[in-house]
Design a protein around this ligand. Sequence first.
Ligand SMILES: CC(C)(COP(=O)(O)OP(=O)(O)OC[C@H]1O[C@@H](n2cnc3c(N)ncnc32)[C@H](O)[C@@H]1OP(=O)(O)O)[C@@H](O)C(=O)NCCC(=O)NCCS
Length: 190
Amino acid sequence: MIGTMTEPEDDPRHAAAGAACTARLRMEPLSAAHAPRLFPLLADPRLYTYVPDAARASVDLLAERFDELARGAPADAGERWLNWVLVRRDNDEAIGTLQATVEPDARAGIGYVLVSAAWGQGFATEACRWLVAELARRHAVREVLASVDVRNHKSIAVLERVGFERMAMHAAELRGEATTDYVYRMLCAP
Ligand SMILES: CC(C)(COP(=O)(O)OP(=O)(O)OC[C@H]1O[C@@H](n2cnc3c(N)ncnc32)[C@H](O)[C@@H]1OP(=O)(O)O)[C@@H](O)C(=O)NCCC(=O)NCCS
């Protein structure tokens, strides 16, 4: 179920940065410093076909957004924001982002974006498997949830490969248009 992973402390090069690794990926905690590398890659409109987000207009705006995410949820929100950049270990290229919002009731919602050049190689599946394990192990999460547009077949395939089950379907909105989302769920073993 859970992908191959290495504890950060197994690899001294990554321990200082707080990164973790799977077989092919390094998950680096997101920071504003990632913005220049990711800006041109995240400018691709195809990444936003089924997600309620959009490319930032400049590196500075992306850096501001990354900084906001990295600082985490407001103290009174009761939730934790976890964000990483996915980096290929073989060539050090940044290929996407991974995020989770951990709620106080031991549930977490997740999201992921891969740059289009990295599609079709199993990187999102590998990252998502790591994320589920990480949430259970380090954040005491018992239920992981993901909402996905019913037309987003690539993302649905990722969730189903990782072992998520489709639980529900509900009305949603995407840039002012009525859409439909599936809710996927995975229970974590205690
Ligand atoms: C959703 C998204 C991450 C899926 O990317 P993806 O490349 O299809 O997913 P994976 O990285 O897991 O790769 C799966 C593909 O790699 C292939 N693959 C190759 N090696 C593999 C491996 N070791 N393990 C798993 N799959 C592998 C699979 O067969 C599959 O191929 P297919 O697309 O021809 O069926 C990507 O489309 C994306 O970023 N979209 C924009 C943002 C978005 O929609 N995010 C989700 C919001 S809910």
